[in-house]
Design a protein around this ligand. Sequence first.
Ligand SMILES: [Zn+2]
Length: 330
Amino acid sequence: MPPSVQSQGAYDSYAAARRQLASTQELLERITAAAASAPRPSSPTSIPAVQKVFNISELLEHILLRLSFQDILKAQQVSKQFFNAIEASSTIQKTMCLQPDPTSNYQRQADVVFRSWHLHEPRPPITIAQEKRIFLTAFVAHAPDSDDLLWRLGICIFSENKLPNPGGRIRSTLICQPPVLHMDVYATCCHPSDNIEDRGDPTSTVTSETGITIGDILDTATRLRAEHRLCPFAHPLHHTNEGFVEKHVEIDLEAMMKLPETDPIMLALQLRKRRCLEEWKDWPQTADRLHQYIISKQAALDNGMPIPTLAEFEAVSAEDWDALGHGGES
Ligand SMILES: [Zn+2]
């Protein structure tokens, strides 16, 4: 990445962090003000107002839920009380993707984690730099054997990526909600990614009863890299000068998941489908009409006549049109 782009990225994340800090500070100030206006206890050993708020577990949960994923992680490191609040709250755990929530709207936590490692760009430019990144894709796809619409989730890790070694909380973070329980995995040294629909059996699979986590993804990528280091099917370009398969190879993890009908993604899809049907409902008649018109235009061209407009064509009946010399060869 050119230095200017990198420093722009650094500035953007600095600016975002500053905004986040300011909003957290504002939040804390509001809480402090609220606590300060409450009647003060007469006890001389009164505890600070903010601490009192934090001591009410529902309020603390409410505050933590307003923070970003990274801020919650930071919060648990600064205070045992915050750590325990996160441990105790099923709502926070689900929001942070630490506990499966099959009824959740679709939320891709892997985005947040990979981006915090500067390993993922939402819309990667087609440059050499892409080999240093993790790609995430997600789109709607038809189920192979039915009309069901599924959500297809992909994670692509390039062999040039040095994989991070995160702590327990991040490792146990689900890649998304609702959780994904099964992923097919392809090592592109022997399962090329050129034709995604026809790759044959996957190189490996990952399954989990509770949901696939960031840790599962990292472990799978690490294991497959090791197993395919001497892959006999790898292209010469996949080899380093020392002869190891460690270049330009992708570990692709793919999942198909059924989202609840009430998920905003599925609702938006249904809306789009309805609009399309509405827009195209008269199409068969229109297509027929235009087809006749196109024949008459071609006939006019063949006969050296001026090409009619649709209105001119439709103002004259077909026989009259022939009589005028616009008909085809018949
Ligand atoms: Zn291989």
